[in-house]
Design a protein around this ligand. Sequence first.
Ligand code: ADP
Ligand code: IPE
Length: 254
Amino acid sequence: MRDLIVKLGGSVITNKAVKESPRIDVIRSLVGIFKDRFRVLIHGGGSFGHYVAYEVGLNRRPVSFEDALKVMKSMDRLSNIVLRSLEEFNVKILLMRPREFVINKELRLYKVFEDVLVKYKKRGANILTHGDVVVDIGRYNFSVCSGDVLALIFARIFRPKAVIFLSDVDGIYTKDPKRDPSAKLIEDISGSELVGAFEGSSSTDVTGGMKLKVETIKRISEITDVYVLNGFKLDNLKRFLSGDDFVGTRIRKE
Ligand code: ADP
Ligand code: IPE
């Protein structure tokens, strides 16, 4: 049954250390594992979008159309690779780019042109989308709409059984596991407890990025269950899908 929204994190499907380096085998394996389960597949930017975004100053200063277009083209190169994998597995899926249905204001989501998404849902479409550059009606001209925010947008419309975030670590920890060996994996928690787990900790190494991610996950957990799992541990993902014991973070719907 196609009952999931899956977000492939940029840190999983690309090598963030090298500009525009896709992990094609990882993409192929993940598409193979989830191919019959996702209704909406979302991918991040990793060393594609983020790299070029940094070069042109996106989200830090106003950018020209030409510079925004450079980031869009970079995301297109990555989404073409993901699409090719989907085609190899004969998945029937429609690519919808957020630049065509999202507007931001001062770096935050402002408006979603939902009607077309709702109609595609009613007609049974499966959707591929990705973190993207969108028009910003504030000072910046253009800004980023992340894959995490897209997971929230699509969860509202598609009402999936669960939203799955695939990351390069085992789930959400009390602190950044790459920096702090005392970080503990949070296994099962409600959305509101999750935000507290960070705010209540004395840790200052939770990046703005992670904080925003956690806040978005909390909002999604008002709609459906959310899981954060390691995108490199394929056997664990298969266990998760078949209902067996798995390692990861479950954020319960409240
Ligand atoms: P992606 O978009 O690929 O999923 P992100 O960069 O948004 O990746 O988030 C994953 C990264 O966040 C991990 O590599 C991890 O080092 C970092 N991180 C920081 N704080 C935490 C935390 N408390 N729990 C889990 N990961 C964290
Ligand atoms: C990034 O999307 C898109 C651009 C920078 C244009 P995400 O924010 O969802 O990407 P990852 O998953 O963190 O790499």
